[in-house]
Write a protein that binds this ligand. Structure first.
Ligand SMILES: Nc1ncnc2c1ncn2[C@@H]1O[C@H](COP(=O)(O)OP(=O)(O)OP(=O)(O)O)[C@@H](O)[C@H]1O
Length: 256
């Protein structure tokens, strides 16, 4: 579905991605982890051509997004929903209007169809009650849910999340994790999630990729990831108090 082939990107004097190759198969929840400045967001930005590689290719299915332009680029971007950090809701629009915005901008749907679609997405995220509220009346977690409703309103094949749980309390974070899982289970959506939160990564990821200094140091299933022999991975796990497989499994049972 998403394929990076030897992608290199320099920003300023720094080589931020250094020959990165990986694939995200359809229907997976692919989680990208790493320390601050590792290159996670830069990787995500290449998927929708907010950045163009200096060398290498980024493919989305049969489309090559890294060299696309004009209407072709718009069409490929239309395959995505994005929930980026700071992709804030418009404060002067209600929840309904925020979620309706992509439909008004990119489709010729009637008012009736827009209303039906927006309410359907909001109820999927359990936010139908907030339809007439303004973003400032909502908690951070509720705002993320509205952002997620907006990200899925055009029925994307792929959703990109940049730090979906940052700034949220642990309970709300797990709620967002559950929503990401539901989207995969119910709609078969492919997700790429950038996060610092390893608990979240282990809970929702079907694969976890760790980047360090613009290179991939691990790309594995959650089970393999916590058993990784890579020292950088082990240090990262230990920094979040995940040191043994047993502890993680115990944690998972508590969430179930
Ligand atoms: N537009 C830019 N111009 C110059 N340098 C940039 C630009 N965007 C990112 N960088 C640099 O590239 C590196 C990787 O940035 P990136 O945002 O991908 O990190 P990250 O892994 O997402 O980190 P964080 O967890 O802090 O968000 C950083 O050193 C950053 O300073």
């Amino acid at each position: 579905m998403i394929k990076f082939e030897n992608v290199t990107k320099k920003l300023g004097r720094k080589t931020v991605l250094d020959g990165v190759s990986f694939e995200v198969p359809k229907g997976e929840t692919f989680v990208v982890v790493g320390l601050s400045g590792a290159g996670k967001s830069v990787t995500l930005k290449h998927m929708v051509q907010l950045l163009v590689p200096d060398s290498g290719t980024v493919r989305i299915g049969d489309d090559v997004i890294s060299s696309a332009s004009g209407p072709e680029l718009a069409r490929i971007r239309g395959r995505f929903g994005v929930l980026f950090q700071g992709a804030a809701l418009l404060q002067w629009l209600t929840v309904f209007e925020n979620v309706a915005l992509p439909l008004r901008e990119h489709t010729k749907m009637s008012e009736e169809e827009i209303e039906k679609t927006v309410l359907e997405k909001l109820s999927l995220l359990n936010m139908q009650e907030a339809v007439d509220k303004y973003p400032s009346d909502l908690s951070g977690g509720m705002q993320k849910r509205v952002g997620l409703a907006r990200a899925i309103v055009m029925n994307p094949e792929i959703i990109l999340y940049d730090e979906p749980t940052s700034g949220l309390d642990p309970v709300t974070s797990r709620l967002i994790d559950g929503l990401i899982e539901n989207l995969r289970n119910e709609l078969g959506i492919t997700s790429v999630v950038v996060t610092h939160d390893l608990h979240s990564a282990l809970a929702i990821g079907t694969r976890i990729m760790m980047i360090d200094g613009g290179r991939i140091v691990e790309n594995a299933t959650p089970e393999e990831f916590i058993e990784s022999k890579n020292e950088t991975v082990q240090r990262f796990l230990e920094s979040q108090y995940i040191t043994r497989r047993g502890e993680w499994e115990k944690g998972m049972k508590n969430h179930a």
